[in-house]
Design a protein around this ligand. Structure first.
Ligand code: NAD
Length: 479
């Protein structure tokens, strides 16, 4: 047990309704000051075996409950999250450096919503019967079994519960492998779920690194679904590991999304949307980091974005005034720095930032804007996952759309225009799972979410989640 921001957090796994230790541990480091928060149990194949066995044992009981009975428990989990919102917010901020004010203003209520929404949805989930030559066909959503869930550090609790909520509501049991860079709130979630009456073994948490705990989970023959949120290279490894067991996969991966700004736009809005991309220090999969601006307004747009970005307050994420915090780890800091140095060597010009924040030191990387990067260069094509925006210009709609679609990813795209006709035309041509028109980040939990190309496999949200977490069955009755 450790104490973080005044909150007690159990550093062991949660398996079969009990805390389980490991012989080995890993150190959890806070990005705020690179201090150690404590030693966390480092699981491996043995702990994964235990957790999958516990989830398999709990499955028949949980699956045989009605959606309404499961829903009652899951809504109590949501209530428990709401009751401990401030604890969760403080611990997550300390653990991964995300802004405390973001958690207070919405992230943690969304975490509770991930349980409430899918619990309610499962109760109403129904497909109308079909008729063929006098036969009646009934479509039902049966629980699939054990769901393995592997998640990243940038929004650990939100991204984990976005998968856990529907998986449990569908009647599946879960083994979660949280990120080693931000493992703590998953442990608090296990406490909350237990206190809410979630039966033993329905939700299991195995802590550990990707190589030691994630790998044995993804190749485990006892899992029936695998949900992964993370990077493309890891996704490839996981897909190969899961392939021999023919386990259905849901992948939410990286992005390199465009912010497409047309000359007919509301420039204030465009500038707001651009500056918003520095949120979470740019460690956001959906971030629209490639700014594509129509020639005639490019100079003014760029000048205003730079002016606003320069005024952002960088610092300790626990301070409500902070706009931009630190990067999650030393390794990630070096990775982001490397991207910017290579871009500059490759001809890009630094219009803002371009290096560590010299006053703050540590893992604080200054908000950075790069211009004149070479078409096709690394900085325009690879995901940086840091506070680094690029600006490119285009002449007309066709060129703007072409540049926006010049990516192997396809997670999201944002376009800013004052013309409803252009909004219709351009959004239809953009290659992205989500297109935002004159807005950003707004999304109902019932809407499909996922990416095209290298940004992922499949969609989740609403019925799409149940399509994945369930064995959808068709029963045909003779006349
Ligand atoms: P990552 O791929 O390094 O790690 C993600 C998870 O996979 C961690 O829990 C890690 O321990 C585990 N893992 C690592 N190697 C593994 C292996 N061999 N086998 C099994 N599991 C393994 O990603 P990250 O650095 O934690 O997160 C950043 C990435 O996540 C970015 O690419 C970002 O775009 C993406 N992301 C996507 C979404 C989305 O919804 N599309 C949301 C957030 C983040």
């Amino acid at each position: 047990m450790i104490e973080v921001e005044g909150v007690k957090v159990d550093t062991r796994h949660w398996i079969g309704g009990q805390r389980v230790s490991s012989n080995r541990t890993f150190t959890d480091v806070s990005p705020i000051d690179e201090s150690s928060l404590g030693e966390i149990a480092a699981g491996g194949a043995d702990e994964v075996d235990l957790a999958v066995a516990a989830a398999r044992e709990a499955f028949p009981g949980w699956a045989s409950m009605s959606a309404a009975e499961r829903g009652d428990i899951l809504r109590r989990v949501a209530d428990g999250i709401d009751a401990r919102r401030e604890d969760l917010a403080r611990v997550e901020t300390r653990d991964n450096g995300s802004l405390l004010r973001s958690h207070r203003r919405g992230v943690m209520s969304r975490v509770a919503m991930n349980f409430r929404f899918f619990a309610d949805y499962a109760e109403k989930l129904a497909h109308p019967d079909l008729e063929i030559r006098g036969h009646r066909e009934r479509i039902t959503y049966d629980p699939a079994g054990v769901t393995a869930i592997i998640t990243p550090w940038n929004a650990p609790l939100m991204l984990a519960t976005w998968r856990i909520g529907p998986a449990l509501a569908a009647g599946n049991t879960v083994v979660l492998k949280p990120p080693e860079w931000a493992p703590l709130t998953a442990s608090l979630l296990a406490d909350i779920a237990h206190e809410a009456g979630l039966p033993a073994g329905v939700l299991n948490v195995v802590q550990g690194t990707g190589a030691e705990a994630g790998a044995p989970l993804s190749r485990h023959p006892g899992i029936n679904r695998l949900s992964f949120t993370g990077s493309v290279p890891t996704a490839g490894i996981i897909a190969a590991a899961a392939a021999p067991n023919i386990v259905p996969l849901s992948f939410e991966l990286g992005g390199k999304s465009p912010l497409l700004v047309f000359a007919d736009c509301d420039l204030d809005l465009a500038v707001d949307l651009a500056v918003e991309q520095f949120d979470n220090a740019g460690q956001v999969c959906l971030g629209a980091f490639r700014m594509l601006v129509q020639d005639s307004i490019a100079a003014e747009f760029q000048a205003r974005v730079i002016e606003r970005a320069r005024a952002l307050v960088q610092g300790d994420p626990r301070d409500e005034r902070t706009d931009v915090s630190a990067l999650v780890s030393r390794a990630h800091f070096e990775r982001v720095s490397g991207f910017v140095s290579r871009a500059v060597e490759d001809g890009a010009r630094v219009a803002l930032g371009g290096g560590p924040n010299s006053e703050l030191g540590g893992l604080y990387y200054s908000p950075t804007i790069l211009v004149d990067a070479k078409p096709g260069s690394e900085i325009l094509t690879e995901e940086v996952f840091g506070p680094v925006l690029t600006v490119q210009t285009f002449a007309d709609e066709d060129e703007g759309v072409r540049m926006a679609n010049e990516t192997r990813f396809g997670l999201a795209a944002t376009l800013v225009t004052g013309s409803p006709d252009r909004a219709e035309r351009v959004s239809a041509r953009l290659n992205a799972g989500t297109v935002w028109v004159n807005c950003f980040f707004v999304r109902d939990l019932g809407a499909p979410f996922g990416g095209n190309g290298k940004s992922g496999i499949g969609r989740e949200g609403g019925t799409y989640s149940f399509d994945f977490y369930c064995d959808v069955k068709n029963t045909v009755f003779s006349p």
